[in-house]
Design a protein around this ligand. Structure first.
Ligand code: PHE
Length: 439
């Protein structure tokens, strides 16, 4: 018999999967570069009309199929080629986990450094540029931290759904929520915090005319929820059939967005209170913030909590990414979960070597002027996830059969069901295609 989540365990694991580096590290710098509040509005619209319908769709397909992504799509669509979307997810997972674990490794290094004091040695606001650049240019140190994060992930996922992934999320998620709320409260109490709130909640209307802002916001919605890569499809295959899919999806999406906004409230008020430019790019969390922590009262504790949050949130997302290829390999190779997990993690580590070395050994290698890590991120958020998302939307909206889809989602005979299908049939695919073309 296939393993099954407990109800609350599934919700925690689902929020844990969605909430990760995307909500803290990525959300803050992408919002910073794309006009703050204007970006936030488009992001939330994309979450409601594209993200939520896709999470429901993935959970519905997964809970019907009760198998890995490829087998499920093959079974549910025996005549089409939809299983290719499953194959894309399995291959995509190696690359996502590859580059994701690089940044997760940085977060772990900073957490350990903040706790043992070595991160605070530079002691100046502007010293962290050299600190960070020095660290990521070394070959073996970033690789080592990355490997450590992957090893932790493998140990948990190899433990199974209930005793591995669910148990770890039960421990980590409440802790992470407490930390992010505490950090936001602290940041909001600083003098000059209002400017951060203005930035996050008062739109700069001109940003609405820039297509790049739309792409960034939609790309962020995909990345932050982790949709289009069969993650919810795979997690959904272990769902208790009696658990409501729409309710669970709504709770997960709401939890993810609240976590992103709370993380924004932890970061921007402090950034503005210190007169720092928020459009710093991916370095915001690793250069700007440690400098800031080194200057504020209690900053060492705050910094330790922040990087602990970052590493912990990354870990709970890594479980779900690793589960996609692990479930596939376990079936395909008829091997144990342990072996499949170890193999999938090793392949991900290999896929992650180029972006990990993109700042030192492979510094000269750029794609379209970008280093390897940013190229991976771009390819994943702006190409792989939206493409996977379109395929899942089209399959559910057109390929699966209206009645089957509505029934699987528990939305038959309801107005909401009609709206859900409309989002999957037209709104999602058209919006994503338009943006592909506009860029
Ligand atoms: N959603 C996760 C985050 O926000 C990352 C993720 C991306 C997970 C893509 C799965 C797929 O960090």
């Amino acid at each position: 018999m296939r393993e099954q989540w407990t109800r609350s365990g599934f919700l925690l694991a689902g929020i844990g999967s969605a909430a990760g580096l995307g909500n803290i590290w990525r959300f803050s710098y992408v919002a910073g570069e794309n006009g703050g509040a204007a970006f936030l509005i488009i992001y939330l619209l994309a979450v409601i009309f594209i993200g939520l319908p896709l999470v429901i769709a993935e959970l519905a397909i997964g809970s019907k199929g009760r198998n890995d992504a490829v087998a499920t799509l093959r079974h549910e669509a025996p005549t089409g080629h939809w299983y290719i979307a499953g194959g894309l997810s399995v291959v995509g997972a190696f690359f996502i986990l590859g580059f994701y674990s690089v940044i997760a490794g940085w977060a772990l290094k900073y957490f350990v450094g903040a706790a043992d004091g070595s991160l605070w040695a530079p002691q100046q606001l502007n010293a962290y540029h050299a600190y960070f650049e020095g660290f990521i240019a070394r070959p073996f140190e970033p690789l080592g931290w990355q490997l450590l994060m992957l090893t932790l992930t493998t140990a948990v996922v190899a433990g199974g759904i209930r005793h591995g992934i669910e148990a770890a999320n039960r421990l980590l998620m409440p802790l992470l929520c407490l930390i992010v709320i505490g950090l936001a409260a602290y940041s909001l109490s600083l003098d000059g915090a209002e400017k951060g709130l203005d930035f996050l909640f008062t739109p700069d209307w001109s940003a609405f005319t820039r297509p790049a802002v739309y792409m960034a916001a939609i790309g962020q919605a995909f990345f932050s929820l982790g949709i289009g890569m069969a993650i919810f499809l795979t997690y959904g295959s272990y769902l208790d059939p009696k658990q409501s899919i729409t309710k669970s999806a709504s709770i997960i999406v709401l939890g993810d967005s609240l976590l992103a906004i709370t993380a924004g409230l932890a970061i921007f008020p402090a950034v503005f209170a210190f007169g720092i430019d928020p459009a710093q790019g991916p370095e915001l969390a690793f250069i700007t913030l440690p400098g800031l922590f080194s200057q504020i009262p209690g900053g060492r504790l705050i910094g330790t909590l922040f990087f602990g949050l970052l590493a912990g949130a990354a870990l709970t997302s890594m479980f779900s990414i690793l589960e996609v290829p692990s479930a596939y390999l376990a079936r395909r190779l008829s091997c144990s979960r342990r072996k499949a997990t170890l193999l999938a993690a090793s392949l991900s580590f290999i896929a992650g070597i180029p972006p990990a070395l993109g700042f030192g050994v492979f510094e000269q290698v750029t794609i379209g002027g970008q280093n390897l890590l940013d190229s991976y991120d771009d390819a994943v958020s702006h190409l792989l996830l939206p493409t996977g998302g379109i395929l899942i939307a089209l399959f559910t909206g057109w390929g699966w059969g209206k009645r089957r889809a509505l029934e699987a989602a528990g939305l038959d005979n309801s107005k909401l069901g009609e709206l859900w299908l409309l989002c999957l049939q037209y709104i999602g695919p058209l919006v994503i295609l338009t943006i592909f073309i506009a860029l």
